[in-house]
Each structure stands twice: as C-alpha cells, then as structure tokens.
Design a protein. Structure first.
Length: 272
C-alpha cells in the first residue's frame, strides 16, 4: 500500500509596514538572500485579489488564480515574498486579510519612529498633487496603526516578527537574525553594506520609543509626549480659528476627541 504523499507546504511571506518606514531597504536585503527566489514589489493586482476574496459575490476566477499563483511560487525549495505598504488610515487595517487568505504565510513587519517616518513622507509628498497632511493629523493615525501591527506580532509569534528600523541601521546582523530564523533563510553576504544611516536621523533615545507608543495605543492609553503634542496642536488651532466662528456656524462643538476613544458633543443651547 502506497503511503499518501504529503502536500508540500508553501514557503511564502509578506513584508509589511507603514509607508516610508524602511520597507524598501528591507525588501532589498531580503531579495539578496540566496534562498529567496521571488520578492515582489507592491503587487497591487495580488492585493486587490486578496481584498476581493472575502466578498463572495466578487470572488472571481481571476482573483483565485492570482492567489494560487503567488502561493505556488514558494514551493520546490524556493521562498517567495511580497512587499506591501500602507498609509496611516482606516483602510490600512485591511492588512489582516493577508493572514486570513494566506494562513501559511509568515510576516516581517518593520517599525520606525513617527518623527523620522513623517519627515520622510513630507519630503516625498509635499510637492505632489495630493500633498502632505499636517503632523497633528498624521501622528495619531500612525501610532494607532503601528499599535495594531504590534498587536498582530504579539499575537502571532509563530508566524510574525518585528524589525526595529533604528536597531537595524545600528546593527543589522543582530536585529535581522530573528528574520532569518523565522523564514528559514540565510543572510546576504554583503548585509553590512546594504544599510545606511538616513539623513533625517534622530537620537537613539528618540528612536527606541516606537514600542512604548505602539503598546500604549493598543491598551488605549495616551502617552504623555503624544498628549502634549496634541494639546499644543489644539491650542494652535484655537488661535487661528476664533471661537465666534464656531458659535455662528450652528455646528455642535466636539470636545475630548482622541483616536480610538468616544467623543463628547456639547448640545447647542436654545437662543432666547
């Protein structure tokens, strides 16, 4: 009696992170490993198929084919990966569908501190048609999303690993050792020459704050430094927007608004 042949498990992974957080250099490093056969760069058709997969009425054969084609790249001793990045915002939470569509996949999630990421984002987008949003709007969304990504790592330790961008710049061999272990691949021979200190580099103490900020967002706590920045932004907004303008508009004033927390709306008093 012939033994039933076991189906070979697909060796696939995703590199994900917030845009301008170091995903490009991380992709370059991963692609240079001798064990990586394919490292896709922001495969939008694949991402679209992943999104459509959880809508039965939109799940067509072309989406199924894209998903299976990617899965089959990671067979026969080969490892296949794809880099997918997100802008801070509600749509970024759809990253969870990657794990649900590809339950066998591993995840490398890169984190970077908010100040450097924001500056890199502004430098790239400030002169584009869409422009760059102000930091007091960007930061809460950034911290909230990083908190969600961090929570994913903490609850999927068998298939996900976090990479601290700042630590990677300082000591790539040490920081990326956990990546090679998770994916079962070898490090590139010229790793030390592939990582460079960026121009908008902050101090080491500032660089290491991402974990505490992300964890506090997960536990619905507002870090003092973020609270202080938001309060400063609110004061600046009040100076540029007179209180009389709000009263004359007939619109209820929203107070105590914080990301991920209930808001209080003060009812309008009836005019005598």
């Amino acid at each position: 009696m012939k033994e039933k042949e076991e189906k070979e498990e697909a060796r696939i992974f995703f590199l994900i992170g917030i845009r301008r957080s170091g995903t490009s250099v991380m992709r370059k490093i991963l692609a240079a490993s001798p064990d990586i056969d394919t490292m896709l760069f922001e495969p939008h058709p694949l991402w679209h198929s992943v999104m459509m997969n959880h809508f039965k009425r939109f799940r067509g054969p072309e989406h199924t084919k894209r998903i299976e084609d990617f899965r089959n790249l990671g067979r026969n001793g080969k490892v296949a990966g794809a880099k997918i990045v997100f802008n801070p915002g509600i749509d970024a939470l759809d990253f969870i569908w990657l794990e649900r569509v590809f339950p066998e996949a591993k995840f490398v999630i890169i984190f970077r501190n908010v100040d450097d990421t924001f500056q890199s984002y502004v430098n790239l987008d400030k002169n584009t048609r869409r422009g760059a949003i102000p930091k007091h709007i960007y930061s809460p969304m950034f911290n909230w999303l990083q908190g969600c990504l961090w929570y994913f790592v903490e609850t999927h330790k068998d298939k996900a690993v976090s990479v601290n961008y700042e630590k990677m710049v300082e000591d790539p061999e040490k920081e990326l050792a956990k990546v090679w272990k998770l994916l079962g691949i070898r490090s590139p021979k010229d790793l030390s020459t592939m990582v460079h200190t960026p121009q908008n580099w902050k101090t080491k103490d500032q660089a290491q704050t991402f974990r505490s900020v992300a964890e506090s967002v997960v536990h619905e706590e507002m870090p003092p430094e973020i609270k202080e920045k938001m309060e400063d932004a609110e004061k600046a907004e009040k100076k540029t927007t007179p209180a009389k303008k709000n009263q004359s508009s007939g619109t209820p004033k929203i107070s105590n608004a914080r990301p991920g927390r209930p808001i209080k709306i003060n009812s309008l008093k009836a005019k005598k």
